[in-house]
Design a binder for this molecule. Structure first.
Ligand SMILES: CC(C)(COP(=O)(O)OP(=O)(O)OC[C@H]1O[C@@H](n2cnc3c(N)ncnc32)[C@H](O)[C@@H]1OP(=O)(O)O)[C@@H](O)C(=O)NCCC(=O)NCCS
Length: 199
C-alpha cells in the first residue's frame, strides 16, 4: 500500500454542516470538508494523484477553462462551488444548487463529493443527486462508502425524501458502494445504473 501523506493540521476548517461529519471504521476517519485554501497543497496532491482526465464530483466543469493545480485555479474553483451552494442566490442556467465537499482523512484531501439539491433533466436521467470519487492511493479503505453515508445525512437535513445515485453500468465497485447504502436499482439508462436510496 502506498505511504499515507501527513500534513500540518489546518485549524480554520469549517464544516459545511453543523452535525458531526466524520465516521469511523477500521481506524479510518472519513470527513466531508468545505473546500478551503487552507488545504490547497493537499487538494493539489489529490488532483495530481487522479492524473489527467475528468475527476468525478470535483466540480471543475464549473470553471470554463482547462483545469490545473495552481493556487489561483483552486481559489477560483472554491469561489465557484460556494456560489453554487448559496441557495439565497439563483444559479446560472443548467446548474442546480449543490454542496461540494472535499473528502478528507486527517486533514488530507482524499477525494470529492457533490450533493445536488434537486434534479434537472440530465441529472434525473444520468447524473443523480450525489457524485463522488476517491483518489487512487486511498481506495479500498471504505472511504467512498462512509462519504456516501455522510452525504445521505446531509440530504436528510435538506429534507429530501429519496436520492438518486448513479454509476456506469460496468462500475461494479461504485454499484457495490451504492447498494451498501441502501440503493435500489430502478433501471439502466444511457449505460448508467440508476439507484434510489430512500431517506
Ligand atoms: C468507486 C470509488 C469511489 C470507490 O472508492 P473506495 O473508497 O475504494 O470504495 P470503498 O473502499 O468504500 O469500497 C466500496 C466497496 O467496493 C469494494 N471494492 C473496492 N475496491 C474494489 C476492488 N478493486 N475490487 C473489488 N471490490 C472493491 C469494497 O470491498 C467495498 O465493498 P464491501 O463494502 O462489500 O467491502 C473509487 O474507486 C473511485 O473513485 N473510482 C473512480 C471514480 C468513480 O467511479 N466514482 C463513482 C462515480 S458514481
Amino acid at each position: 500500500m502506498a505511504a499515507i501523506e501527513r500534513e500540518p493540521y489546518a485549524s480554520t476548517l469549517t464544516p459545511l454542516v453543523a452535525q458531526p461529519i466524520a465516521r469511523w471504521s477500521n481506524g479510518a476517519v472519513t470527513t466531508l470538508t468545505r473546500p478551503s485554501l487552507d488545504l490547497y497543497d493537499s487538494w493539489a496532491r489529490c488532483v495530481a494523484d487522479f492524473g489527467p482526465g475528468h475527476i468525478p464530483a470535483a466540480a471543475m466543469w464549473l470553471l470554463d477553462r482547462e483545469p490545473d493545480i495552481s493556487r489561483e485555479y483552486c481559489a477560483a474553483l472554491i469561489k465557484a462551488v460556494e456560489k453554487v451552494a448559496d441557495t439565497s442566490q439563483p444559479t446560472r442556467d443548467g446548474v442546480v444548487h449543490a454542496d461540494s465537499y472535499w473528502v478528507t482523512e486527517d486533514q488530507v484531501v482524499i477525494g470529492f463529493l457533490q450533493l445536488r439539491h434537486t434534479l434537472n433533466d440530465y441529472l434525473l436521467e444520468e447524473g443523480g443527486h450525489i457524485g463522488y470519487s476517491i483518489r487512487p492511493t486511498y481506495r479500498r479503505r471504505g472511504h467512498a462508502t462512509r462519504a456516501l453515508g455522510l452525504a445521505l445525512d446531509r440530504a436528510r437535513e435538506l429534507r429530501l425524501d429519496r436520492v438518486l445515485v448513479t454509476c456506469d453500468d460496468g462500475n461494479l465497485i461504485s454499484a457495490k458502494t451504492i447498494e451498501s447504502q441502501g440503493g435500489v436499482l430502478e433501471d439502466v439508462r444511457a449505460d448508467k445504473r440508476r439507484y434510489w436510496i430512500t431517506l
